[in-house]
Design a protein around this ligand. Structure first.
Ligand code: NAD
Length: 395
């Protein structure tokens, strides 16, 4: 079939297998071109491995340091006549490329929050890898079924304490409007912390440690975001921010455990705001990203997921380097986003943005391009008029 993008709000309901593979190859090529990351990870578990920061971490570990990787992800497989979600195709493309390069790559698809997927993962590590020396925790999920209570927690993106009004953009239609979001109640706050907080990361590390599957000196990293004041009410000080505070709490507990395991460490890396499936669902943030891209591209400091993760591994975690922590013990690869000149430029542009000047004052075109790329559309060299088989089996 001929597969075209079908955008519905902040998701695209189709994806292109050949385009997704080309996207993965772009990321692999980038990491290879940057050269080897010395003394890098050798056996890596990536939880949330199929898209965004998790996929970029996996590609960096494999093609920067020759690591064996085990990826855990949750996507919709392809069917006869129906494309999969992009992570399915990304995973197939990554796995094929890694194996071709002589690297171990295996995948477990299913709910990473569940005891069953954790058990399958432990068994696979035990049988194939012995131990892992890096655990990347990069889940972004709208819900979690708690493995002990069976309760289904749904995360929400809301302010806390007071309602919040600001500009937002419908990235598909290019319409700028004002949005008011009512504050979350206590149950919504607790639910968001249950989904996006640190409990599940701790469960993973405990399970791995108890099964003796963490190599001495093993590290673990999870990802967070802080961003500028204009988004604080909806992000940093909102429900998701409170969940990220809990992730930071978990990082400290995990760090203590890993330090005791042969001098390893557990920490948070605060990453840059980027177009991913997770971030496109957040009100206000896509407008900020569109402005940010324009400013950072003009300054020559723009990065995508792969540039961010390659920099994290090469300049903080490995290559003879150690992480440079901020006052709260976090690595900051959002440093180029947060430089005062960039943020001052965002503040200057923000109040004047309208539907009419959106294209001129922001990089909404770049936003859309990146958004479509997440689904395998707009990749150079891919013939989108050609017939393509959507049903691709996992390898
Ligand atoms: P993403 O949506 O691209 O990736 C999420 C991954 O989690 C996918 O591989 C998906 O398959 C997997 N996943 C989701 N639910 C799962 C489940 N129940 N079981 C197994 N796998 C599951 O998201 P992303 O933007 O790369 O986010 C990853 C992390 O990075 C999040 O913690 C996010 O908060 C953080 N972060 C994102 C940004 C940003 O701007 N996108 C910035 C800083 C930090």
């Amino acid at each position: 079939m001929i597969i075209k993008p079908k955008v519905r709000g902040f998701v695209c309901v189709t994806s292109h297998p050949v385009g997704c593979a080309a996207h993965v190859q772009e990321w692999i090529d980038y990491v290879k071109a940057k050269g080897p990351i010395k003394a890098g990870p050798k056996k890596v578990l990536v939880i949330g491995s199929s898209t965004g920061y998790g996929l970029a971490s996996r590609i960096t570990a494999a093609f920067g340091s020759g690591a064996a990787t085990l990826g855990i992800f949750f996507d919709r497989p392809s069917e006869e006549g129906r494309p999969a979600t992009p992570g399915w195709y990304n995973t197939i493309a990554f796995t094929a490329a890694a194996r071709k390069a002589g690297l171990y790559a295996k995948n477990i698809m299913g709910d990473a929050f569940s005891d069953d997927i954790k058990r399958q993962t432990l068994e696979t590590i035990k049988a194939d890898l012995g131990q892992v020396d890096l655990v990347v925790y990069s889940l972004a999920s709208p819900r979690r079924t708690h493995p002990k209570t069976g309760a289904v927690h749904k995360s929400c993106l809301k302010p806390v304490g007071a309602s919040y009004t600001n500009k937002t953009v419908d990235t598909d239609k290019g319409i700028v409007s004002e949005v008011t979001i009512e504050p979350a109640n206590e149950a919504e706050i607790a639910d968001t912390i249950a989904v996006m907080g640190g409990e599940d990361w701790e469960m993973w590390i405990n399970a791995l440690r108890e099964a003796n599957l963490l190599a001495p000196g093993a590290q673990s990293v999870a990802y967070s975001y802080i961003g500028p004041e204009v988004t604080w009410a909806i992000y940093k000080n909102g429900t998701i921010g409170l969940a990220k505070n809990d992730l930071e709490r978990a990082a400290k507990a995990i760090n203590a455990q890993l330090a005791a395991n042969g001098g390893g460490r557990g920490f948070i890396s605060v990453n840059k705001a980027l177009v991913t499936q997770a971030s496109s669902a957040i009100p206000v943030v896509p407008l900020y990203i569109s402005i940010l891209y324009k400013i950072m591209k003009a300054r020559g400091t723009h990065e995508g997921c792969i540039e961010q993760m390659q920099r994290l591994f090469a300049t903080h975690m490995y290559n003879g380097n150690t992480p440079k922590f901020d006052e709260a013990g976090r690595v900051r690869v959002d440093d180029w986003e947060m430089v005062p000149e960039v943020q001052a430029a965002v503040r200057e542009i923000w109040p004047g943005i309208t539907t009419e000047n959106l294209a001129a004052l922001t990089d909404i075109a770049g936003y859309r391009e990146e958004f479509l790329k997440l689904f395998g559309f707009g990749l150079p060299g891919v013939n989108y008029e050609a017939d393509v088989e959507p049903h691709v089996p996992m390898i």
